[in-house]
Design a protein around this ligand. Structure first.
Ligand code: ATP
Ligand code: MG
Length: 159
């Protein structure tokens, strides 16, 4: 069945509402007009979104801000991005960030929990859906992760 994109993003924010409130982190959701519903494996895409939002929260200071956006690119692709204004990732680590178990310097990650698997799993899921995932980051400025998904409409019954 199809998923309403705006609902899916609202629900990610809801799952993290306690942590967001505790840390006074604001979350802004923006869904471009014309983006409606999508045929996708909801459990898997939720897993991707949960990891990206949990990373954004972990690596953003109190009173930071997270932006969750969805928009249509090209003809049949949806682009979803998770952006934070947190601590960012050093340039030298960017090429390895999607590797299994890779975490940026253990000192800063030590207290955060996690195993370093989230991004590699997210990449596998997105690839399995026929999309791509990329991360841009500026140390001390923040991080933006962008992934794409093909827009598949529910099949018409052709009989
Ligand atoms: P897990 O997801 O398994 O709980 P994790 O969050 O450490 O553990 P990943 O999600 O794969 O693992 O992220 C890998 C590393 O990339 C993190 O340990 C962190 O150093 C860095 N990272 C990921 N997202 C961000 C972000 N939004 N801001 C700053 N650093 C990040
Ligand atoms: Mg993670």
């Amino acid at each position: 069945s199809t998923t309403l994109v705006s609902e899916m993003l609202e629900e990610v924010a809801d799952r993290f509402s306690f942590q967001l409130q505790q840390r006074k982190i604001e979350i802004v959701i923006r869904v471009e007009k014309g983006v409606t519903n999508l045929l996708l494996d909801r459990d898997k895409i939720d897993q991707v979104l949960d990891n990206l939002v949990s990373n954004a929260i972990k690596y953003t200071g109190d009173e930071g801000a997270i932006r969750l956006e969805a928009r249509k690119i090209e003809k049949d692709m949806l682009e979803i991005s998770v952006q934070d204004n947190g601590i960012g990732i050093p340039r030298k680590d960017l090429t390895r960030i999607f590797e299994r178990f890779y975490r940026v310097d253990k000192a800063r990650s030590r207290n955060m929990g996690g195993t370093g698997l989230g991004l590699s799993i997210a990449r596998e899921i997105v690839k399995a859906h026929g999309g791509t995932i990329n991360l841009e980051s500026e140390l001390g400025q923040g991080t933006r992760v962008v992934f794409t998904l093909p827009i598949q409409q529910e099949e018409e019954d052709e009989l």
